[in-house]
Write a protein that binds this ligand. Structure first.
Ligand code: HEC
Length: 189
């Protein structure tokens, strides 16, 4: 009798848990999806209208600013991370993020479409607080390789501009379809 009760309690808790994770994920994905097309659109327009070197501020300032504005409005933490960073001060992943980025690469290599690769989990942080964590892969689109592709194929003024600001740049050598990094969200629960 007691065993049955415990089993059914656990089952109920399990259902609630899965439901919570699912609704948090849906909600978070919807917010992230509002930012990404804006960044991609601004990037394409800037490259087309002003040339690649002049479009640097879109990835450098505008994309982080859009994420910071959204994060502030919602009380979340939102940033970009990558296993091969251009700006290591901003985008170096923590252990949870690095593990997922590695899994994202493996999933893409196994044939999963990069645009739909994501990961979500409810974790307890070092201070004992429950936290929802979410990551969505950022696939390399054709426009991205202009600044994140083979260095030998970039215009000299672009190579110069990148070298000036980013002496530790590891974010080159990507091809379309690969995963450039991810948007990483943390929400206190
Ligand atoms: C005009 C050049 C340019 C283009 C085109 C470009 N980026 Fe970037 N990207 C940069 C620069 C510069 C940074 C460094 C930003 C910083 O200082 O935080 C960067 C940083 C990033 C980062 C943060 C992680 C890191 O390496 O520091 C991600 C993720 C990223 N880019 C993804 C993309 C994606 C996806 C595309 C295509 C949609 C793209 N970029 C197109 C110049 C560019």
């Amino acid at each position: 009798m007691r065993t049955l009760l415990i089993v059914s309690l656990l089952a109920t808790a399990g259902v609630v848990w899965a439901g919570e994770l699912e609704s948090l994920t849906d909600e978070t994905r919807a917010e992230v999806k509002q930012i990404l097309p804006k960044v991609a659109g601004m990037m394409k327009a800037a490259v087309d209208e002003q040339g690649v070197a002049a479009a640097i501020p879109v990835c450098k300032d505008k994309a982080p600013q859009l994420m910071a504005d959204k994060a502030e409005a919602l009380g979340w933490n939102i940033r970009r991370v990558s296993l091969r960073t251009r700006n290591p001060e901003r985008a170096t992943p923590d252990a949870w993020e690095a593990e997922r980025l590695e899994a994202f690469d493996a999933r893409a290599a196994a044939g999963e479409p990069p645009a739909s690769i994501e990961s979500a989990e409810i974790v307890t942080d070092a201070a004992g607080r429950r936290m929802f964590r979410y990551m969505k892969a950022l696939p390399v689109a054709p426009v991205c390789v202009q600044c994140h592709g083979e260095r030998e194929r970039m215009a000299p003024e672009l190579v110069q501009a990148l070298a000036r600001d980013y002496p530790h740049d590891s974010a080159t050598g990507y091809a379309p379809g690969q995963i450039r990094g991810a948007v990483s969200v943390q929400r206190p629960l």
